[in-house]
Design a protein around this ligand. Structure first.
Ligand SMILES: [Zn+2]
Length: 235
């Protein structure tokens, strides 16, 4: 079992670890603060240092249930003590972007009864698709104003670990189809933007919505009937 520290502390930037295994795709550490790509959030990048040198981490992916650090260069041998540091400005921007997306999905659900059909993010930019019948530039402006108002309201963001039966019974979690998660997942990690949004999620988030700052709706697009796209940018 790898100790995945990003799940409980998104603000850790550097951590000591030991190399468990060097696999074809990269390095497996016994504990890591690197977030492996998933749930629409890109994997972390950074650097792994040890007594004999250092390697760049160009991506982090999940393989066989474990985070694998994709590295450039000659990796340290299994058993080596290392220090792993994430590229913090990039990760922090991803945290702000990810929390902005959750706030956006909450507003569209609350004010327009529309569910999310898909989404993706890069550091600072993101898109999300909704089960909306129509969309317009005016709608985008309205959503942008509402989103910025909610973000500025400084809602705390809590990470909860709920027992599966507890999560399935939570009416706030039903909309995000928590029942579709594999049965083996228990407890279920939940990201709760207090007073705004609650969803099962593995990603890294800021501690309060005010940390997101201002967000712009950069584009609204129709991707078909009952499928409308909103693109955002974190300023
Ligand atoms: Zn998420």
């Amino acid at each position: 079992m790898v100790d995945e520290l990003a799940a409980v502390d998104a603000y850790a930037t550097v951590a000591a670890a030991t190399v468990l295994e060097s696999v074809r795709e990269g390095l497996v550490l016994d504990r890591t603060i690197f977030y492996p790509r998933g749930g629409g959030q890109p994997g972390d990048t950074g650097v792994i240092r040890w007594a004999g040198g250092q390697v760049r981490v160009t991506d982090t992916v999940r393989r066989g249930g474990r985070p694998v650090h994709v590295v450039e260069g000659e990796p340290p041998a299994a058993g080596s003590p290392v220090e792993a540091e994430i590229d913090w400005p990039r990760r922090y921007l991803l945290m702000r972007t990810h929390t902005a997306l959750h706030a956006l999905s909450a507003i569209i659900w609350r004010d327009f009864d529309a569910k999310v059909t898909g989404g993706n993010m890069e550091p600072g930019t993101a898109r999300m698709d909704f089960e909306l019948e129509g969309i317009s530039v005016e709608f985008g402006r309205q959503v942008e104003a509402c989103l910025n108002e909610e973000l500025a309201a400084d809602h705390p963001v809590e990470i909860l670990f709920l027992r599966r039966d507890e999560a399935l019974a939570d009416p706030d979690l039903i909309r995000t189809k928590v029942n579709l998660l594999p049965e083996s997942i228990d407890p279920i990690r939940v990201v709760h933007i207090v007073g705004l949004d609650k969803q099962a999620d593995g990603g890294t988030h800021v501690a309060s919505t005010s940390e997101v700052g201002r967000v712009r709706v950069t584009r609204t697009e129709s991707k078909g009937k009952a499928n409308k796209r909103i693109r955002i940018e974190v300023e």
